[in-house]
Design a protein around this ligand. Structure first.
Ligand code: SAT
Ligand code: MN
Length: 613
């Protein structure tokens, strides 16, 4: 029966249709209130899914243990369905939409038996804003509902702002129906079938079989990246896998930058960076740590919002040194997933303290000792927390108009070849450096670690042909009077013995200051074929004794090595065939020519003028 309180006809029909197909015991439309959150968390405690943490140590917080077979976003089970295979492109897992719809119809049939079907209206971006996107997630996972509450605006009020408008249909089931008398699992999921699907023909999303992270919180990677990136391409804006931060100088002037890093590069830590000693008066403020929606304004400048309201961050490695702001944020009101439990009812993970406390229970619920041969927390253990808890949150974080973006930063984890930082010579070259971004699978002890190419850090998230995405980025420049400068950074360059040359973390502020100075036309650098690079004297070293020799090793470009590196991108570019914009091929060739023409000792020789190039 239609719910009379839901005025949007399309929504009430969709709810009825899904109820009839998935056969839940009951349907519940979420109001998004704190009271509802508390009630659902209490039901998750009763079900054995959540453990309430010690109220004094970690107020209003929970630990959740997932099924050991459901611990991460699943790229090989993620599909982009387009009628024309080429529209998904060679970097996506394509599936035929008709075949996928019929496969999923079978899987979803009766999949919610014995469970509550939650209807979660949600808004990515500020409700009522032109930039926002409204979705409705139907799910049989209460964990997904409470997580969505922290990550987005949810509840019935979102349906009111929707009026008769359209919304993104996001259907999710853990795929574990119950028959009467069945004992439910603490983390129900489907061991056999997992699908995370974007139907780009009608913009809907369906996810089956998993309850974890981006597989289940459908507003995140599915809607805010895969679905939104295609919408953005059609409408002339960008949906990016980027953090957004404001850098405030001692005079109170804030410069906003957006930055993309593949996973395991410390993106969240960078978004919450605490300036080091010697940078008194400088502040970094966080707008977002994962997703940016960026639009050209009438003034020809790009403005960005973070469509999320919370953080879903990786726990291992987070500590007072790497991210004190996040440590403060997760003091309370946090959901921890797959962390270890301490005997006094708190959480622990590798890297939190040097020595693990005694008596830990690991992420699978087993007693743990340091010699058991596996970590106590899962490497992809997470915390979910609202941005309101983060001390470094920017006052503009919820501003529906967004913040003006002055620079884009792209960074990978590369032990060799790439210097600490350089500024692309122009927008086109910057797009090239972003498109050829790569990251090594592990902290490389040797120079031969396998590098995964991850264009714009969007490999698993671009909802259409990546070649069209490159073209979209190239074309954007014409619509901007003030195109942001584009930078590449690499915190991970190693010496011959595999030791990191750069201390990273808070010290990255020195690089950020140079970037801000470049875009504010006060920073100086040296011209090289790959772009503009700071010399030792161009970096502010207050509070750090970083010698010239190490800096030179960190910044050195071996022209031959770089030319070989760029040649190696040919194979990746060839995969796109004729769809690759011809401009892109020109940029590739021009760069290669410039490298091959430059005399070996000429790199970093000329000093660039302190203005935007
Ligand atoms: O699980 S999420 O997709 O939200 C995070 C990630 O894996 O990048
Ligand atoms: Mn991410």
């Amino acid at each position: 029966m239609a719910d009379p309180t839901i005025k949007n006809t399309a929504l009430s029909q969709w709810i009825d249709e899904i109820r009839a197909h998935c056969e839940p015991d009951c349907v519940y439309v979420c109001d998004g209130s704190d009271e509802e959150y508390d009630r659902l968390c209490a039901s998750l405690v009763a079900a054995g899914t959540f453990i309430r943490l010690d109220e004094a140590k970690r107020p209003n917080s929970y630990l959740c243990r997932s099924d050991p077979g459901d611990v991460a976003r699943l790229e090989h089970r993620t599909f982009v369905c387009t009628s024309n295979r080429d529209d998904a492109g060679p970097t996506n897992n394509w599936a035929d939409p008709t075949e996928m719809r019929s496969k999923l119809a079978q899987l979803f049939k009766g999949s919610m038996r014995g469970r509550t079907m939650y209807v979660v209206p949600f808004c990515m971006g500020e409700p009522g804003s032109d930039l926002a996107m409204i979705g409705v997630q139907i799910t049989d996972s209460a964990y997904a509902v409470v997580s969505m509450k922290l990550m987005a605006h949810i509840g019935r009020h979102v349906v009111d702002t929707l009026a008769d408008g359209d919304f993104v249909r996001c259907l999710h089931s853990v795929g574990a129906p119950l028959t009467p008398g069945d004992q439910d699992a603490p983390w129900p999921c489907n061991a056999e079938h997992k699908y995370i699907v974007s139907f780009q023909d009608d913009g809907s999303i369906a996810s089956f079989g998993s309850g974890y992270g981006g597989n289940a919180l459908l507003g995140k990677k599915c809607l805010a990246l895969r679905t939104a990136s295609l919408k953005a391409q059609r409408e002339g804006w960008l949906a990016e896998h980027m953090l957004i931060m404001g850098v405030e100088d001692p005079d109170g002037k804030t410069t906003y930058v957006a930055a993309a890093f593949p996973s395991a590069c410390g993106k969240t830590n960078f978004a919450m960076l605490l300036p080091p000693d010697g940078f008194e008066g400088w502040k970094v403020r966080t707008i977002g740590d994962d997703i940016a929606w960026i639009r050209p304004g009438a003034d020809g400048k790009l403005r960005a919002i973070n469509p999320e309201t919370g953080f879903f961050g990786v726990a291992p490695g987070t500590n007072e040194k790497t991210n004190p702001n996040m440590m403060a944020a997760i003091q309370r009101d946090t959901i921890f997933t797959n962390c270890a439990l301490t005997p006094d009812g708190d959480v622990w993970w590798e890297g939190l303290t040097e020595t693990p406390p005694a008596g830990l229970v690991d992420w699978r619920g087993c007693n743990w000792r340091p010699d058991v041969g596996h970590p106590a927390a899962h490497p992809n253990a997470r915390f979910t927390v609202s941005r309101d808890r983060c001390p470094s949150i920017d006052s503009m974080a919820a501003d529906p108009k967004g913040v003006p973006i002055s620079a884009f930063i792209f960074g990978g984890r590369l032990s060799h070849t790439f210097p600490l930082v350089f500024q692309a010579n122009d927008w086109r070259q910057g797009v090239y450096w972003a498109a050829t971004l790569g990251s090594e699978a592990t902290a490389a002890a040797e120079n031969q670690a396998a590098t995964r190419r991850d264009p714009f850090a969007m490999l698993p998230f671009c909802g259409y042909n990546m070649a069209d995405y490159f073209a979209h980025w190239l074309a954007l420049e014409r619509r901007l009077t003030d195109a942001p400068a584009i930078f590449r950074v690499n915190w991970f360059r190693c010496d011959k013995n595999g030791a990191f040359l750069w201390p990273g973390f808070r010290q990255n502020m020195r690089v950020l200051k140079w970037i801000v100075q470049r875009v504010e036309s006060t920073g100086t650098g040296a011209e090289t074929p790959i772009g503009i690079m700071p010399l030792h004297d161009n970096i502010d070293w207050s509070g750090l004794d970083f010698d010239r020799r190490t800096f030179e090793a960190l910044m050195a470009i071996d022209l031959e090595e770089m030319a070989t590196e760029i040649q190696s991108y040919g194979a990746m570019l060839d995969r796109f065939g004729p769809r690759l914009p011809s401009d892109f091929v020109t940029i590739h060739r021009t760069l290669l020519d410039a490298l091959q023409r430059t005399p070996r000792d000429a790199a970093a020789a000329r000093t660039a003028s302190p203005r935007r190039h």
